[in-house]
Ligand binder design. Structure first.
Ligand SMILES: Cc1cc2nc3c(=O)[nH]c(=O)nc-3n(C[C@H](O)[C@H](O)[C@H](O)COP(=O)(O)O)c2cc1C
Length: 307
């Protein structure tokens, strides 16, 4: 029997047993996933984005299934910072690093959230969700403008000088590289690529939009080619590690993201259909490594052949 492939990766000071994390917003508070989590099936857990105050989110309907994808306009529904802080001991009991996803509507909100979350031992790292609207700038998402993104990252870096800081980039831009570079220059330790792609769906009979909010974020296998392209572009343009996210469903998807330059990946929409998917994905990744003579999965990072 050949030795088992080494699936561990380290990025931004985080040691992950496998290169797979949950994507924010797709496993509830995180605790709902506990009954489905086989030991060793995820390297880190990213719970739903936390805002300063509790939010009910957008009106229903706010989910619509598309061919190979899902549109959502949940609108950052969550219990708010105080409840999240209270849930941390239980989350830490899951036995995997917790990456707190931070969502603010102003730079000062990001700063306060980052300070309070980073102060907790249960939080291994922060992930800034900069796809949120900046209320001080007419609702334009922080992540679509390099200068706004830089201000958020600088503020979070000030508030949390020591915890690894991941910045999750928005695909709703013509070019992600300037925002990625701005995040790097402002002190990010890693970049998550990517959040959902804005889209809409229409009911031709009622002539009404399918989502009460009109627009929603598209995720799932339909967006994977876009995510792979952004991971490839961003990982070549910055020196930071990149975490791939968008449509991961199988072990081979993980391989594809790593070849394009991702050091690890997140799985989101696939969890909604099958919360036990991570164990299967890790088994498939291990099988790929064994079959293709990959001794350490980290050797796949950026190993795409283009000649
Ligand atoms: C229902 C739902 C809720 C989401 N909520 C959040 C969120 O709160 N914060 C965030 O950063 N991303 C959120 N996302 C985006 C995912 O974390 C992920 O970036 C995106 O869905 C692409 O990955 P996937 O195709 O594997 O789902 C959400 C996605 C879905 C489907």
């Amino acid at each position: 029997m050949p030795p088992r492939p080494d699936l561990s990766v380290s990025l931004a000071g985080l040691e992950l047993s496998v290169p797979l994390m949950t994507a924010s917003g797709t496993c509830g508070s995180g605790l709902e996933l506990a009954p489905y989590l086989e030991p060793g099936s995820i390297g880190a857990l990213v719970p739903k984005s936390v805002t300063l105050n509790p939010r009910a989110g957008n009106p229903n309907p706010r989910l619509w299934e598309t061919p190979c994808g899902l549109l959502n306009s949940i609108g950052l529904q969550n219990e708010g910072l105080a409840e999240f802080l209270a849930s941390l001991p239980a989350l830490a009991g899951l036995g995997v690093p917790i990456l707190a996803s931070v969502a603010g509507f102003s730079v000062s909100e990001f700063e306060r959230l980052a300070a309070e979350l980073a102060a907790r031992d249960e939080v291994a790292a922060l992930e800034l969700n900069i796809s949120c609207p900046n209320v001080e700038k007419g609702g334009m998402a922080f992540g679509t403008d390099p200068a706004s993104a830089a201000r958020v990252v600088e503020a979070a870096r000030r508030a949390s000088p020591h915890k690894p800081l991941l910045v999750k980039l928005s695909p709703n831009v013509a070019d992600m590289v300037p925002v990625a570079r701005a995040a790097q220059d402002a002190g990010a330790d890693a970049l998550t690529v990517m959040n959902t792609l804005l889209g809409m769906a229409v009911d031709p009979v009622s002539r009404r939009p399918r989502l009460a909010n009109l627009y929603g974020g598209l995720s799932g296998p339909a967006v994977k080619p876009v995510a792979l392209r952004f991971v490839h572009q961003v990982s070549r343009a910055v020196s930071l590690p990149v975490v791939g996210c968008g449509g991961v469903r199988t072990g081979l998807d993980v391989v594809e993201f790593m070849l394009c330059g991702a050091s690890a990946v997140q799985v989101g929409t696939a969890l909604l259909a099958d919360p036990a998917a991570p164990a299967r994905i890790v088994r498939e990744l291990e099988e790929y490594c064994a079959r293709h003579g990959v001794a350490a999965v980290r050797d796949l990072v950026g190993a795409l052949e283009t000649e």
